[in-house]
Ligand binder design. Structure first.
Ligand code: SAM
Length: 213
């Protein structure tokens, strides 16, 4: 049994992705560089399910990219709940905004262009119930320290790519490999952080689930 076989098996035994997300995934791969950054079918269904479990009123996402994960999180939101999603790369807007605006979840999503590290404090967002960190790996520690005081007690932070293609197990990554160093620094900080409970779920590239005590 290969990893590809297992992936096929999983995909055949979970909720379908749905036509709209499938078309977004294909458009992402066709028109954007690094299309594989989008969450995709399995992680997308997991994000929706975790959102259903947490029942957040206020959710933030750091790193919108093509909007795939934003749509999955929004799909899990209850009536009246909102997702603020932030994308630093302004040229991404022309691709992503029509996909968000054309979806069934447009009323639940606020799409902001700019640096999440600056905008979330500027907007005064606090008492956040659920946060998804999926932006620049070099700044995961900064995102986390900015978010944690703004989370409500019992709120959840999900951090993506925390296994970073397995590079996190390298004892001495190259000094120039700032992404691996950034993720390792984040993982070490969270592991030792008494303010939170945490578990790493080895789905896709690693998803850390963190609960603020
Ligand atoms: C891995 S992609 C996001 C994928 C998307 N969350 C998904 O799962 O479909 C990371 C995105 O974060 C954006 N980004 C990087 N640093 C950021 C920051 N400080 N604030 C907002 N967006 C940022 C990048 O431009 C890129 O589009």
């Amino acid at each position: 049994m290969t990893a590809d076989n297992l992936d096929d098996y999983i995909v055949r035994h979970i909720d379908p992705e749905g036509d709209y997300l499938h078309r977004l995934w294909r458009d992402t791969q066709l028109r954007l560089s690094y299309g594989q950054m989008a969450s995709g079918h399995v992680q997308g269904r997991l994000l929706k399910m975790l959102t259903r479990m947490v029942k957040p009123r206020l959710t933030v996402e750091l790193g919108t990219f093509s909007g795939y994960s934003a749509l999955c999180i929004a799909e899990g939101l209850e009536e009246g709940a909102v997702l603020h999603t932030f994308e630093i790369y302004d040229e991404q807007e022309d691709f992503t905004r029509p996909w968000i605006e054309g979806s069934n979840f447009r009323d639940k999503i606020r799409f902001h262009i700019g640096d999440a590290l600056r905008l979330i404090p500027e907007m005064g967002l606090k008492d956040i119930d659920l946060a998804f960190i999926d932006a620049d790996k070099r700044h995961y520690v900064d995102f986390y320290e900015m978010l944690l005081p703004r989370m409500r007690t019992g709120g959840f932070i999900l951090a993506d790519n925390t296994l970073w293609y397995g590079h996190v197990t390298e004892e001495h990554p190259r000094e120039s490999d700032l992404q691996t160093l950034g993720i390792k620094r984040f993982n070490d900080l969270v592991a030792a952080d008494e303010r939170v409970e945490k578990v790493i779920v080895p789905v896709r590239d690693g998803l850390t689930v963190i609960r603020k005590r």
